[in-house]
Write a protein that binds this ligand. Structure first.
Ligand SMILES: Nc1ncnc2c1ncn2[C@@H]1O[C@H](COP(=O)(O)OP(=O)(O)OP(=O)(O)O)[C@@H](O)[C@H]1O
Ligand SMILES: [Mg+2]
Length: 299
């Protein structure tokens, strides 16, 4: 760790020892996986093990978010259900008017049609919301076998949909996304895994109300290798004390109670970013929040 001129602590982690992750005691990893991976840490057999661990963490994260996601689906679902009951009533009213054989005034008919139209419109919005959540779930759970040409804006949108329940009411999210953001080559669900962890970490660090700023922009890489995309996630939480900062990328290191965090998020994120030829940096001044920066080579 070094200190820049402004006195802000800067930790830049460029590489991560995979062995450290394997040694972490976690119930996500079976003894068998651990032994095989430790034994083969240096050989070719390492890759599938690493892949499995990344997938296991992804699904564990999804498991923790699931109750909130179910709640997010239930709200629009409830709206559709109650609107459907009201549509039924409107149709019954219309039937009664027709069956009465009398004249139906234009005014009455228009009012009825307008009620029906409003209900179907609200339903369409609610169904869109459900579709977005389910699509996000499918894309997050999908195991990408080959790298894709990825628009990080889509990855961010899907991630925000999945973590919405953890943030809403309590945390203001501000997005600053550059209009001409280049695409990158990668695995969308794994990139979402990285963003999910950063957003959940920020939300869990913020006590009470707070703010998260997310920015995505491109710049020239310092080493002249071309363009790179920088994703920044900043929070106004309590920040990261020195002793914690030294260990945040260590697999299994957590300051959270059991059941809340397993301490794998940042370690797995490092592994994912390495696969993408990227890296992560963090800055924090205790009391003034934390800023995580993900850097990925642009296409
Ligand atoms: N934005 C943040 N503000 C303050 N502390 C943070 C922040 N992000 C991470 N940390 C610290 O880093 C630790 C490690 O984070 P990491 O994401 O690896 O694991 P975790 O969040 O504890 O558990 P998991 O990600 O498995 O749910 C956290 O326990 C926390 O102490
Ligand atoms: Mg975490």
């Amino acid at each position: 760790m070094d200190r820049d001129a402004a006195g802000v602590k800067v930790t830049s982690v460029l590489s991560h020892a995979w062995g450290g992750m394997i040694r972490a005691s976690t119930d996500l990893v079976s003894e068998q996986q651990k032994n095989a991976a430790t034994a083969g840490a240096q050989d070719e057999a390492e890759a599938p093990q690493a892949q499995d661990l990344v997938e296991a963490e992804k699904m564990a994260t999804l498991g923790r978010l699931l109750a909130g996601i179910a709640h997010e689906i239930n709200t629009p679902l409830g709206a559709v259900r109650s609107n459907n009951d009201m549509l039924d009533k409107a149709i019954e009213k219309f039937e009664a008017m027709v069956e009465s054989g009398g004249e139906i005034s234009d005014r009455k008919l228009r009012r009825l049609l307008s009620t029906i139209h409003n209900l179907t419109e609200t339903n369409a919005t609610a169904l869109d919301r459900i579709t977005r959540i389910v699509t996000g779930l499918k894309r997050y759970a999908h195991r990408n076998l080959e790298k894709q040409n990825v628009d990080l804006r889509d990855v961010l949108e899907m991630t925000l949909t999945l973590v919405h329940h953890e943030l809403k009411y309590r945390i203001e999210v501000h997005q600053h996304v550059s209009a001409d953001l280049p695409r990158i080559s990668g695995y969308p669900s794994q990139l979402s895994q990285v963003l999910t962890n950063l957003l959940v970490n920020a939300a869990q660090a913020i006590q009470g109300k707070g703010r998260i700023d997310i920015s995505m922009a491109a710049r020239d890489a310092d080493d002249g290798s071309g363009r790179e995309v920088v994703i920044t996630v900043s929070d106004d939480g309590p920040g990261i004390p020195d002793d914690v900062m030294q260990r945040i990328f260590e697999a299994g290191f957590t300051t959270k109670p059991e059941g809340v965090g397993s301490g794998l998020g940042l370690a797995i994120s490092m592994e994912i970013l390495q696969r993408h030829g990227g890296r992560m940096e963090v800055e924090s001044e205790p009391g003034k929040g934390a800023t995580f920066r993900v850097i990925l080579p642009a296409l």
